[in-house]
Design a protein around this ligand. Structure first.
Ligand code: F6R
Length: 613
């Protein structure tokens, strides 16, 4: 998730760009850059200053040229290529006369890069974006306008994008387009502006137009012309924005947690993007560990904390089932103090949204010392853990600001399950038809998560009936067990309610003594081979007076008959069910937090990144 901004017709464009980039920093800040048409060429400044990239860029751009020509800016959340100045946007073509910014992921960048290099182009970054500047160069070299060359370029790329391009040949024009990622446009005082999101435009205009998927806009001073990608004109319908900047950064949601829950379908989709080759097989190029490195693996250890640990528990089931490898999961703060038995045939996977959690990074260091191959699943490109590991697999959820992990948790489950399938592919433990079937099922998960999110109103009704409850048990079996753990964690940290996640079959060995009228039992009852056993466990608590809330597959009346309240979810492949099943539990915790008067973005006593033992 990057932030993009563009303006044409401004008296002094660069300060406008920098101001807007500050408003977009919540979308990422690994690097920042601006470019502008000046004196028949393109002037550009870029900086990679960690969390201060936009400020570092402002320093660099102090003596930027002034002028009202087309100008574009970018703040980056790195996906392809490290967060360095070379990989910072805007990217330029070989002639230095075209510049382009991009938010999204281009899936077929590798084949386009190979084609461009064979055709004599020199690419200077490791990004997926740069190919687009060179494809526009090719089109313009053949006599096309910037608009036509951008249109032809867009016919060649596959993936998700919001882009904006400028060219020294058309000094006042910005051409912008989108597919899957957001782009808003606005007009103000003889200017035309574009941005990834409304906060960047609010200081200039409150009348904005949200470009729809597969539309292209040509911005000239004081004017916008919008067409579909194939050229049919579109009449822009302006919206009036009434939010302040903070509300706009939250995308109109009440808080970051709500916004991030709604970004979950995109986080899942982006984490899956460009993982499959032409024959449908998995290709994990970014991982740095080769298939040969992984072929010798005879055991997988996964180490993590909190919600990341729960994602790891789901992966255990997937890796053992698909790759037939023993998979052990450990809490990072325990792992390194208990003489874990690892060697060079062990793959040790650290899972960390931030890539900075001290317990996990120290566990990874210990695993490396013991000779294991170390792979990190991280959301932050070039995080400390990503740098120290032998290999890395990125979740692509964009920055997560709410303290409680939501979209990163879903992206972690998906990334780890992709890893499980990849190991199965390398070790030949599953027929290709099976891995393809699962990958196809994964690709429809974003739609199922969207559907689950759309039922927030029903979850709120259930939450309203539970406001007086103080004791919750979350029960699950198989992959429903980690969902139960995660549901309980969300409720504890957000609503400050006592909630215990437990394997449903284990309850009878002790904790069932705590069940009494008034105890709420939330059961994960989506269908899997253990569903009948799960329902017996639910009967055990119901007969002892518990109020039963079940997460159940749509239309499953047998589950519903055993519950006081049902949280319905669309069904999916059993091993993928946690990705959908956790959604109503996030919503339940969120709503109970609100009903108890707590701010879900800032739970007490917690920090987003825990860098102490
Ligand atoms: C819970 C939560 C935490 C984190 C944990 C690990 O909602 O967010 O439990 O999952 O602190 O953090 P990372 O993944 O950054 O290592």
């Amino acid at each position: 998730m990057c932030g993009i901004i563009g303006v044409t017709g401004a008296a002094d464009a660069v300060p406008i760009l920098i101001g807007a980039l500050h408003q977009l920093e919540y979308r990422g800040y690994d690097s920042a850059g601006v470019a502008m048409v000046v004196d028949g060429g393109v002037w550009r400044a870029r900086a990679a200053g960690g969390t201060n990239s936009v400020s570092a860029l402002a320093e660099l751009a102090q003596d930027a040229p002034t002028g009202h020509a087309a100008a574009i800016g970018h703040t980056r959340w790195a996906t392809h290529g490290a967060p360095t100045a070379e990989n910072a946007h805007p990217h330029i073509d070989c002639t230095g006369r075209i510049a382009l910014i991009h938010n999204g992921i281009i899936e077929n960048h590798a084949e386009l890069r190979a084609e461009l290099v064979a055709g004599g182009h020199t690419l200077t970054s490791a990004t997926d974006t740069e190919v687009m500047a060179h494809l526009i160069e090719q089109g313009m070299a053949g006599g096309a306008s910037l608009t036509e060359a951008t249109r032809s370029m867009l016919r060649r790329v596959r993936g998700a994008f919001s882009i904006a391009a400028i060219s020294a040949d058309e000094p006042d024009t910005i051409v912008a387009a989108r597919h899957s990622t957001p782009l808003v446009l606005g007009l103000a005082d003889g200017m035309a502006l574009l941005a990834s999101d409304v906060p960047a435009l609010i200081g200039h205009t409150r009348q904005v137009f949200a470009l729809a998927d597969d539309e292209l806009a040509v911005l000239t001073p004081g004017a916008l012309a919008v067409t579909t990608l194939d050229g049919t004109p579109v009449e822009p319908e302006l919206l009036t924005i009434t939010w302040d900047v903070e509300a706009a950064q939250k995308g109109g949601y009440e808080d970051f947690m709500s916004k991030e829950m709604h970004e979950q379908p995109l986080a899942v989709a982006d984490t899956l993007l460009d993982r499959r080759g032409a024959g449908g097989e998995l290709i994990l190029d970014e991982m740095r560990l080769s298939p040969d490195d992984l072929r010798t693996i005879d055991k997988v250890f996964i180490v993590a904390c909190g919600s990341s640990y729960h994602a790891a528990l789901v992966a255990k089931y997937a890796i053992e089932h698909w790759a037939k490898l023993p998979a052990e999961v450990d809490i990072a703060s325990e792992f390194r103090y208990r003489d874990p038995v690892l060697n060079e045939r062990t793959l040790c996977v650290g899972v960390s949204q931030s890539g900075e959690t001290l317990d996990t990074s120290e566990a990874m260091r210990e695993a490396k010392r013991l000779g294991a191959k170390v792979l990190v699943v991280s959301n932050v490109v070039d995080s400390s853990m990503a740098r120290a590991a032998d290999g890395v697999l990125y979740t692509r959820a964009g920055p997560e600001i709410g303290v409680a992990s939501t979209k990163c948790h879903l992206a972690q489950i998906v990334a780890l399950e992709v890893l499980g399938l990849y190991l199965a592919q390398i070790l030949g433990t599953q027929p290709v038809s099976v891995t393809n079937e699962i990958l196809n099922a994964m690709e429809v998960l974003p739609g199922l998560v969207t559907e689950a999110l759309s039922r927030a109103g029903e979850v709120d009704q259930v939450a309203a009936k539970l406001t007086d409850a103080r004791d919750f048990f979350f029960l699950g079996r198989h992959v429903g067990y980690p969902v139960a753990l995660e549901g309980a964690l969300k409720l504890k940290e957000l609503a400050y309610l006592r909630a215990e996640g437990y394997p449903a079959g284990e309850l009878k060995h002790g904790p069932i003594a705590l069940i009494e009228p008034g105890t709420v039992v939330v059961g994960i009852a989506t269908r899997n081979p253990l569903w009948e056993k799960m329902m017996s466990n639910i009967a055990e608590v119901r007969s002892r007076g518990a109020t039963v809330v079940l997460v159940a597959d749509d239309g499953d009346e047998e589950s519903a008959a055993a519950a006081d309240h049902v949280l319905w979810v669309p069904p999916t492949y059993p091993l993928l069910a946690p990705v959908v099943g956790i959604v109503p539990l996030q919503q339940l915790a969120y709503r109970l937090a609100r009903l108890h008067g707590h701010d879900p973005d800032r739970p007490r006593n917690l920090a987003k990144t825990v860098t102490v033992e």
